[in-house]
Design a protein around this ligand. Structure first.
Ligand code: ATR
Length: 282
């Protein structure tokens, strides 16, 4: 791919630490090219000590927008001029737009996951969901599900207290949704529309966060893990003929939503998907 940079080229980028394994530059650059937008997307490794000056740099260098990734998603908040209500509820930002010097932050992780779940014909309204994990990504997913009026969200986590903190934070904000920390055994006989793994269990070969065979009524399974592409959890879902998706769609759609936030244009979804799959499959 050739990118021709001119004096008018808008600069976008990723701020993270590290950034060497990111898929975002090739995916975003493919999208800019396909939509004939004179823009380029670059990775920037920003040490946590330099985050403030890096954000000031967005203004002084007039970057058009950036993504923010680990470990900056929370710490970046005080340096922005405004954040969307969704990002405020999540307490983290992954996308920033520079509106003539005013930096507006949003978070596309949860909305990206939601869009990826359409592959399972899932939308949260009135649904019962089991979420494994209570970490950073869980927050964006909880907000996305609750904003779309999920009926019940059961949280299962190794450390009960971490899940309980999330329930205490979000239950008052979303009265339409019932939030509950639960142990797995109590969920085996429930009717569950979606079980979603947000833990890192499954990134190593052979490990799985739960035995799906124990559930009596489970409609769908999703894992936010995309490497391996088929975790042990998803292998078992396939074996049990339960429809499932991995985390590739979340990765793809958080980027698509960022592109759309920056450009106000529909993203070239299939091109971006092809590029990502090519990268993931080496
Ligand atoms: P992220 O920001 O990607 O969500 P995180 O904040 O580190 O990552 O969250 C990791 C989640 O995976 C947590 O829910 C964690 O459980 P704890 O709250 O008990 O720490 C869960 N997790 C990580 N390793 C685990 C393991 N070996 N077994 C069970 N849960 C695990």
């Amino acid at each position: 791919m050739t990118v021709s940079i001119t004096g008018k080229t808008k600069i976008f980028g990723l701020l993270g630490y590290p950034v060497s394994h990111t898929f975002s530059p090739p995916i975003q650059n493919v999208a800019f090219q396909a939509n004939k937008i004179d823009a380029a997307y670059l990775p920037f490794e920003v040490h946590p000590d330099n985050l403030k000056s890096a954000i000031e740099g967005i203004r002084s260098l007039q970057f058009a927008g950036v993504n923010v990734t680990i470990p900056h998603k929370i710490n970046v908040l005080p340096y922005l001029d405004e954040i969307t209500p969704t990002a405020a509820r999540i307490g983290a930002v992954n996308t920033i737009r520079n509106d003539r010097g005013k930096l507006l932050g949003t978070n596309t992780d949860g909305s990206g996951l939601l869009r990826s779940l359409s592959a399972l014909s899932f939308s949260p309204k009135d649904q019962t969901v089991v979420i494994l994990g209570a970490g950073g990504s869980t927050r964006s997913i909880l907000v996305a599900f609750a904003e779309k009026e999920a009926k019940r969200i059961f949280l299962v986590n190794r450390t009960w207290a971490n899940a309980q903190l999330l329930v205490e934070e979000y239950a008052p904000l979303y009265p339409e949704t019932e939030f509950k920390v639960e142990s797995l055994e109590n969920l085996f006989c429930q009717a569950i529309d979606l079980l979603l793994n947000t833990t890192s269990v499954g990134m190593k070969k052979g490990e799985s966060p739960v035995d799906l065979a124990k559930f009596e009524s489970l409609e769908r399974v999703a894992d936010i893990i995309y490497s391996p592409q088929q975790s042990s959890l998803l292998k078992q879902a396939e074996h049990l003929k339960i429809p499932y998706i991995n985390g590739t769609g979340m990765l793809l759609f958080q980027g698509i939503e960022a592109f759309e936030f920056w450009t106000s244009q529909p993203a070239p979804i299939s091109l971006m998907e092809q590029k990502l799959l090519k990268l993931l499959n080496g």
